[in-house]
Design a protein around this ligand. Structure first.
Ligand code: C2E
Ligand code: MG
Ligand code: MG
Ligand code: MG
Length: 283
C-alpha cells in the first residue's frame, strides 16, 4: 500500500518538477560533500571610506566550486544550504575563518573591518552567539572589527528572537549592519529599537543614480534617517563615478561596488589593499 501511495504522490509531479528536484538533491549532496574542503572559498570586495578614499572594510562573499571546477554563485547555492540546514555548519566554519583572517590582517597592519553575511537560519535557528563568541576568543581578533550583515526580512521574520540575538551579539562588541536596506518591509523607526550600527542601501536604489528622481529622493531620505538614528551608511552596487559623486554629496560614509572592485580571491584583495592604501583608491 505504501508503494501505491508513493506512486500516486509521484503523479502530482510534472516531469520538469522531477528533474528540478533531482538536480536540487544532487546539488545538496555535492554541497554537503565539499564541507571542509577548498571547494568553498571566500571572495573579498572592498568598502571605501568616503572621507579618506581608502579601503576601510571588506565584505566576504562565499563561492563554491562544483565538480567540474566551475565557480558557482551564492544566489544559487545559499538557498540550498539554507533549506537543508547545511548553512549552520558552513556558517560556523566561515565565522571562525573570518575571525582568523581578521586577526592575520591586523597583524599585517591592515586596518580593516570584516563583514560576513548571516542568513535567516543562522540568526534564528542556531547558536550564533556562542559560535561568534568562541571564534572571537580562539582567534584573539578585535570584536569591533567584525561586522555581521543581516537583511531586514530576516529580522522582521521573528522580531523577538532577532532582537534577543542582536542584543547579545552587540554585547560581544561586534557590529551589526542591515543589508539590502529598502527592499524588505520594515521602517527605520522600527529598526531604531535594534542595536544596528550600519545601514547598507540596496543597489536597486543606487542603480540609476543620479538620473532617477525617485531614487534620488529615496536614497536622500534613507541617509538622513540613518544619520538621525546615529547609523553609518554604506551604498552598495556603486558602479560609476557619477554615482559615487552624487552619494558623496549626500554624506554616505562608505561605498562598495564594481567601480572600486568586484569580489576577488584573497591574494588579489591583499594586493589591492596594499596598492590602494599607499595612495588612495579614488581621487
Ligand atoms: P549581498 O550581501 O547583498 O552581497 C552583495 C552582492 O552584490 C554580491 O553578490 C556582489 O558580488 C554583488 N555586487 C557587489 N557590487 C556590485 C555592483 O557594483 N554591481 C552589481 N550588479 N552587483 C554588485 P554575490 O557575491 O553573488 O552574493 C549574493 C548574495 O549571497 C549576498 O548578497 C548574500 O546575501 C549571499 N551570500 C554571499 N556570501 C554569503 C555567505 O558567506 N553567507 C551567507 N549566509 N550568505 C552569503
Ligand atoms: Mg551583504
Ligand atoms: Mg547587500
Ligand atoms: Mg544585495
Amino acid at each position: 500500500r505504501a508503494k501505491e501511495k508513493n506512486r500516486n504522490q509521484f503523479c502530482f509531479f510534472t516531469r520538469q518538477m522531477g528533474l528540478d528536484n533531482i538536480k536540487r538533491i544532487q546539488l545538496e549532496s555535492e554541497l554537503r560533500k565539499s564541507i571542509g574542503t577548498d571547494r568553498y572559498e571566500l571572495y573579498y570586495q572592498p568598502k571605501i571610506n568616503a572621507a579618506t578614499r581608502k579601503i576601510c572594510g571588506v565584505e566576504a562573499l562565499l563561492r563554491w566550486k562544483d565538480e567540474k571546477g566551475q565557480i558557482r554563485s551564492p544566489v544559487e547555492f545559499i538557498p540550498v544550504l539554507e533549506n537543508s540546514g547545511l548553512i549552520i555548519e558552513v556558517g560556523e566554519y566561515l565565522i571562525h575563518q573570518a575571525c582568523h583572517q581578521l586577526q592575520q590582517w591586523h597583524q599585517k597592519g591592515f586596518n580593516i573591518r570584516f563583514a560576513l553575511n548571516i542568513s535567516a537560519r543562522q540568526l534564528l535557528n542556531s547558536n550564533l552567539v556562542r559560535t561568534v563568541q568562541s571564534a572571537l576568543s580562539e582567534s584573539g581578533c578585535d570584536p569591533h572589527s567584525l561586522e555581521l550583515e543581516i537583511t531586514e526580512s530576516v529580522i522582521m521574520c521573528d522580531v523577538t528572537t532577532a532582537l534577543d540575538k542582536l542584543v547579545n551579539l552587540e554585547k560581544l562588541g561586534v557590529k551589526i549592519s542591515i543589508d539590502d536596506f529598502g527592499t524588505g518591509y520594515s521602517s527605520l523607526a522600527y529598526l531604531s529599537r535594534f542595536p544596528i550600527h550600519i545601514l547598507k542601501i540596496d543597489r536597486e536604489f543606487i542603480k540609476d543614480l543620479p538620473e532617477n528622481k525617485d531614487n534620488i529622493s529615496i536614497t536622500r531620505s534613507i541617509v538622513e534617517l540613518a544619520h538621525n538614528l546615529k547609523m553609518q551608511v554604506v551604498a552598495e552596487g556603486v558602479e560609476t563615478k557619477a554615482q559615487q559623486e552624487f552619494l558623496d554629496t549626500l554624506g554616505v560614509e562608505e561605498f562598495q561596488g564594481f567601480y572600486f572592485g568586484s569580489p576577488m580571491p584573497l591574494s588579489e584583495f591583499e594586493r589591492l589593499y596594499i596598492e590602494a592604501n599607499e595612495s588612495a583608491i579614488i581621487q
